[in-house]
Design a binder for this molecule. Structure first.
Ligand code: FAD
Ligand code: DHB
Length: 390
């Protein structure tokens, strides 16, 4: 079997790449380890930057997103017994975020690829990439072989592509955090119109949502915490303790329909390419979820890679492909800093002494009183405009 671009992974990065390449007349095959049902139901991120929404809409997969997505023009920072709104409409006019579940984006992209006759293979075993340092790379899976011009490693942080790059080629940068996020999805109307990022002495909490009937919440928990230690009553009690901290706010509760614990880490591998293998999304970099950047960064990488591949398949030019990593990394590092900063601002660290807590409060006070500081948060949160490269 032969294709131009062999794509490993049917997460947002792999599916969007396959879709955008198709619009440029470039064929691809997507190989995914999990089942279609599994990837369509995997609950993860929910905040889409303006640029992500524009990318999905302009490429023809935004119809349901525009209908069901919830545009938000601000967020609340809640700490010290008060709520403070960061008003995007004033600070970054014309830019907003849209709340729409990652698994809905995945469903929309799979539907579009299948409607266009795209080749998506689910539940493929033992994917291995070969000869990536040559111009005839290929992939084996099960007892099949897929010959490609280029391989796109869109297989997430624990995938096979990054580890197949020869040792000594990549420089890795990482930071681990001494806590994790416990996330739940609950059948209850959101208790506020906008997202609430709450810093408390008990730890961080986030109030988010998916629809007028479904809410999403996160709690900072210990890095080694186990979900079995968190029966539903304990989760609601802790959410109430961390969110009912301003006068007049009552948290609605309901049936918990999904719960899980996600580790927090920052990670970048440089460069994001080796020979004919190009890494995109979580395969190349991870951010802690506080800034809601993971999915959005994956989309930004794929935009750059699409342009580079379009040039390559049009006339064989490799200039954009050679510059792929450089073009992505400026944005990647901005998101790394923003995500680390938001995480540091809002969580309790074991190492915190009273000095550290006062510094945190001082910065929160600055962000909620200075227009300059609030604009820094707002413009990063809604997403900086794409650069010339993508
Ligand atoms: P993924 O979505 O990870 O897609 C990779 C795909 O590759 C998967 O479908 C996987 O099954 C497949 N794959 C892996 N290995 C192989 C293999 N060997 N062969 C074939 N296929 C393979 N971000 C936020 O902003 N907010 C959040 O709340 C949030 N929550 C998260 C919760 C979890 C548990 C995780 C893991 C991530 C979360 N993120 C969150 C990050 C965000 O979801 C990711 O940044 C986003 O999914 C990146 O998309 P991707 O396509 O690069 O990778
Ligand atoms: C959601 C996730 C995030 O990481 C975040 O910062 C805001 C919202 C969510 O899943 O809704």
């Amino acid at each position: 079997m032969r294709t131009k671009v062999g794509i490993i992974g049917a997460g947002p990065a792999g599916l969007l790449l396959s879709h955008l390449l198709h619009l440029r007349g470039i064929d691809s095959v997507v190989l995914e380890r999990r089942s279609r049902a599994y990837v369509e139901q995997r609950i993860r991120a929910g905040v889409l930057e303006q640029g992500t929404v524009d990318t999905l809409v302009s490429s023809g997969v935004g119809e349901r997103l525009l209908r069901e997505g919830l545009p938000h023009h601000g967020i609340e920072l809640r700490y010290g017994g008060a709520g403070h709104r960061v008003a995007f409409e004033k600070l970054v006019p014309g830019r907003a975020i849209t709340v729409y579940g990652q698994q809905e984006v995945v469903k929309d992209l799979i539907a579009a690829r299948l409607a266009a006759g795209g080749d998506l293979r689910f539940e493929v075993d033992d994917v291995v990439v070969h000869d990536i340092g040559t111009d005839r790379p290929y992939v084996t899976f099960g007892d099949e072989r897929l010959d490609c011009d280029v391989i796109a490693g869109c297989d997430g942080f624990h995938g096979v592509c990054r580890p197949s790059i020869p040792e000594g080629t990549l420089t890795e940068f990482r930071r681990d955090y001494p806590f994790a996020w416990l996330g739940i999805l609950a059948r209850v109307a959101p208790s506020a119109d906008e997202l609430i990022y709450a810093r408390t002495d008990r730890g961080f909490a986030l109030h988010s949502m998916r629809s007028p009937e479904i809410s999403r919440f996160y709690l900072q928990v210990a890095a080694d915490d186990h979900i079995d230690a968190w029966p539903d009553e304990r989760i609601w009690a802790e959410l109430k303790a961390r969110l009912e901290t301003v006068p007049g706010f009552t948290l609605g509760t309901g049936e918990i329909i999904e719960k899980g614990i996600t580790p927090m880490r920052s990670y970048v591998a440089e460069p994001m390419q080796y020979g004919r293998l190009f890494l995109a999304g979580d395969a190349a970099h991870i951010v802690p979820p506080t800034g809601a950047k993971g999915l959005n960064l994956a989309v930004a990488d794929v935009r750059v890679l699409t342009e580079a591949l379009a040039a390559f398949f049009e006339d064989g030019s490799t200039a954009l492909l050679d510059g792929y990593s450089r073009a992505c990394l400026t944005r990647v590092w901005r998101a790394q800093h923003f995500s680390w900063w938001m995480t540091t601002l809002l969580h309790i660290f074991d190492s915190d002494d009273e000095y550290g807590r006062r510094l945190q409060t001082s910065y929160l006070d600055y962000v909620t009183t200075s227009e300059a500081a609030a604009t820094t948060l707002a413009e990063n949160y809604v997403g900086l405009p794409y650069g010339e490269a993508g």
